[in-house]
Design a protein around this ligand. Structure first.
Ligand SMILES: *Cc1c(COP(=O)(O)O)cnc(C)c1O
Length: 392
């Protein structure tokens, strides 16, 4: 039985919780089965079935791809082995005379990928501050083939106006891809804002349990979706079936996880904003955040990522990290457990100090990925770190 036969109404929460549930014709399994087989029997001579080989297609992976395509309002999706493989699927299709326009503060791995491919002459590359509309307009004069957007940005949670940038990019004939990893389709749907592609590191909120590396590209129209599927088969970028199965299981609770995590994040942002050891809090949900108005308009929630500047730079950070409780010092984000990262020595260490200063990433900046623990425990854990800073 398909979802439609079951009369699922197709609201996003329902798709996440129940896409593919109880559609197993063999045994009536409620949880969709995991298909590990790499190859499929032909029905007879010259009679292939729907699946023939696991690189080209797999029922478990396709179920996740369909759910993500529906959640993002797209026409099809490809599930990849990582977020980087998803971005590379887009990058790998470009020609030597194509220009890629990327945000100056994009995810570090994305910057490394684009620079490495551009260094091989596979396309030309330009970074621009996409929050500076005059600079963005000027960059569009060079007629990019692909504009990559990331909002909120990492680690300062800068917000750009997806509908405005997309309209401008389309006017010069560029395709637009939005990395929606930081919010997930529960809180932001770039295709509805005009984007041609949405990219995810499903490693983060979509899987949500810090136990799978995966990615996806969702296309806004059927032709682009077909093209992506063909390229994924050509280059072999598909994710493993078991990873897709786990990720689908994580997706079931995406909406409730997001709701709880962002409520915790808002409470923490307000708490940190009042604390004397904190110089500045970067959270789009705060009225003080420069992107607050755009975020309120284009997102359906402010998300669960935030960062803050500790008074006193590296020494204060050292004391804070030694004293903090409940939150774990680790890279990555979007899991049920709260993590704390120090961009200058972790996620953004490769940038070099000068570039970090230009980007506004100081030595006292800490990034939080807020999870599902009790708000009181998280605040007590952070307060333990802040008390250690004050104690010297
Ligand atoms: C983590 C991340 C990626 C890369 O994804 P992987 O799954 O680690 O390969 C890309 N973009 C953003 C915004 C990310 O946070």
């Amino acid at each position: 039985m398909t979802d439609r036969d079951k009369g699922l109404p197709g609201k996003p929460e329902t798709i996440a919780a129940a896409h593919g549930v109880a559609t197993d014709p063999a045994f009536g399994a409620v949880a969709p089965p995991l298909f590990l087989s790499s190859t499929y029997e032909f029905a007879g001579y010259e009679q292939p079935r729907r699946y023939d080989y696991g690189r080209a297609g797999n029922p478990t992976r396709d179920l996740l791809a369909d759910a993500l395509a529906q959640l993002e309002g797209g026409c099809g999706a490809v599930v990849t082995s990582s977020g980087m493989a998803a971005l590379d699927l887009l990058a790998g299709r470009l020609r030597p005379d194509d220009l890629v326009l990327a945000p100056h503060d994009c995810y570090g791995g994305t910057m490394r990928l684009l620079k490495a491919r551009a260094a091989l002459g596979q396309f030309t590359l330009r970074f621009v501050d996409q929050g500076d509309i005059a600079a963005f307009d000027a960059a569009l004069d060079d007629v990019p083939a692909l504009v990559l957007i990331e909002t909120p940005s990492n680690p300062l949670m800068r917000i750009v106006d997806v509908a405005l940038l997309t309209e401008k990019a389309h006017a010069v004939g560029a395709e637009v891809a939005v990395d929606n990893t930081f919010l997930s389709p529960a809180l932001q749907r770039p295709i509805a804002l005009g984007a041609d592609y949405v990219v995810h590191s499903t490693t983060k909120y979509i899987n949500g349990h810090s136990d799978v590396i995966g990615g996806a590209v969702i296309a806004a129209d059927p032709a682009r979706a077909d093209d992506l599927r063909q390229w994924a088969n050509i280059v072999g970028s598909a994710g493993a079936p078991f990873d897709a199965w786990l990720t689908l299981r994580g997706l079931r609770t995406l909406f409730v996880r997001m709701e709880r995590a962002q409520a915790n994040a808002m409470a923490i942002a307000r708490h940190l904003e009042r604390h004397p050891a904190v110089a500045r809090v970067h959270y789009p949900g705060l009225e003080s955040h420069p992107g607050h108005a755009i975020a309120a308009r284009q997102q359906s929630g402010f998300g669960a990522m935030l960062s803050f500047d500790l008074q006193g730079g590296s020494e204060a950070v050292r004391r804070f990290v030694a004293g903090v409780r409940v939150l774990t010092l680790a890279e990555s984000l979007g899991g049920v457990e709260s993590l704390i990262a120090h961009p200058a020595t972790m996620t953004h260490a490769d940038m070099g100090e000068e570039a970090r200063t230009v980007a506004g990433i100081g030595d006292g900046l800490l990034r939080l990925s807020i999870g599902l623990e009790a708000e009181e425990d998280l605040i007590a854990g952070l307060d333990a770190g802040l008390a250690a800073v004050a104690a010297g």
